[in-house]
Design a protein around this ligand. Structure first.
Ligand SMILES: Cc1ncc(C[n+]2csc(CCOP(=O)(O)OP(=O)(O)O)c2C)c(N)n1
Length: 310
């Protein structure tokens, strides 16, 4: 878990540098500060389960088997990216990894995920579906429609709210009037659990319970993971609207540093292992960048390929 959290962090820090150097083709959104949510949740899934990550969940994609090399290729608009050069952004799907590509229209993934969960029921399968939404996204119609449908049909769906305090520049005080976002679960008649989104083990334990509940026919769960977006909404935004002391207090609670301390205290993460992990990640990122930059651009004749399903 520590490896994947750090891999995602280093991957995104390098992506920021590449973005500033003009080596990426699109805008750049990162999940720096969200790694405990992305890893704690995705780590709890079985191979057959389906995941639909959003723009803050790169670590979850790596846990599911996507590699930094193909994601950099995607960011550089190359044919080796999962969108095969049709997108220079994070709309990354992989049917092999049972991963639904991100739909840019915030909230629109929830009805899709509810549909995948319905398919699990119809086909008599045991897989569950897990997706995410931001605090801002909970105000959109799709949130209600998707979650209510899943609740009424008792579908095996886990919806994780990544409450990171801001939706672009809108603070949570302007976003919802209930005390806790998870309290909305009561209105849908489903389970709701709030968790510290910077504690990867707590997120993992909470997700395991929700998965077990869904797999045994209990229906959906709403999990509210409280965390913080420690950078701008995207890399063209300096987050100047976020109070500096608030940002600083969350930076002190960095999920990777906290987990590193915990693992060291338990004697699991020795200096030697830490060094080994750092080196492995450094090499992986370096060869991923080289792979992406040396991979071919998409061919014009493939423009209409994969656009429609046969
Ligand atoms: C339907 C829709 N409206 C607006 C946008 C533009 N937009 C993209 S992300 C975002 C903010 C989302 O905030 P939140 O749901 O809290 O997630 P966060 O980015 O903070 O993780 C907005 C307004 C969009 N993609 N889709």
């Amino acid at each position: 878990m520590y490896y994947y959290m750090l891999l995602s962090r280093e991957f995104e820090l390098r992506a920021i540098a590449l973005y500033r150097q003009g080596r990426l083709v699109g805008p750049l959104y990162t999940g720096i500060g969200h790694e405990a949510v992305a890893v704690g949740t995705s780590w709890a899934l079985a191979a057959d389960d389906v995941i639909a990550p959003m723009h803050r969940d790169m670590a979850a994609r790596f846990v599911r088997g996507m590699t930094p090399a193909v994601v950099y290729a995607q960011y550089m608009g190359r044919a080796a990216g999962p969108s095969r050069g049709k997108d220079g952004n994070h709309h990354l799907g992989s049917m092999r990894d049972r991963m639904i590509g991100f739909v840019s229209h915030i909230g629109a993934l929830i009805p899709v995920a509810a549909g995948v969960a319905l398919a699990s029921r119809i086909t008599g399968s045991k897989y569950v579906t897990l997706t995410y939404i931001g605090d801002g996204g909970t105000s959109i119609g799709d949130f209600h429609e998707g979650l209510n449908f899943a609740a009424v049909r008792k579908l095996p769906l886990i919806l994780v709210i990544e409450n990171n305090q801001f939706a672009y520049s809108t603070p949570v005080s302007h976003q919802y009037a209930c005390k806790r976002l998870v309290d909305r679960a009561v209105g849908y008649g489903i389970r709701g659990v709030q968790v510290d989104g910077n504690d990867v083990l707590a997120v993992h334990a909470t997700t395991c319970e929700a998965i077990e509940f869904a797999r045994t026919g209990g229906g959906p769960s709403l999990i509210e993971a409280r965390t913080m977006r420690v950078r701008g909404h995207s890399e063209n935004d300096d987050a100047s609207y976020v109070p500096r002391d608030l940002l600083e207090s969350w930076r002190q609670r960095d999920p990777i540093a906290a987990f590193r301390r915990r693992l060291a205290e338990c004697g699991i993460l020795t200096d030697e292992i830490e060094k080994e992990i750092d080196q492995r990640i450094e090499q992986e990122i370096q060869s991923a960048v080289s792979f992406a930059e040396s991979s071919p651009w998409p061919r014009v004749e493939d423009t209409c390929k994969d656009v429609y399903s046969n």
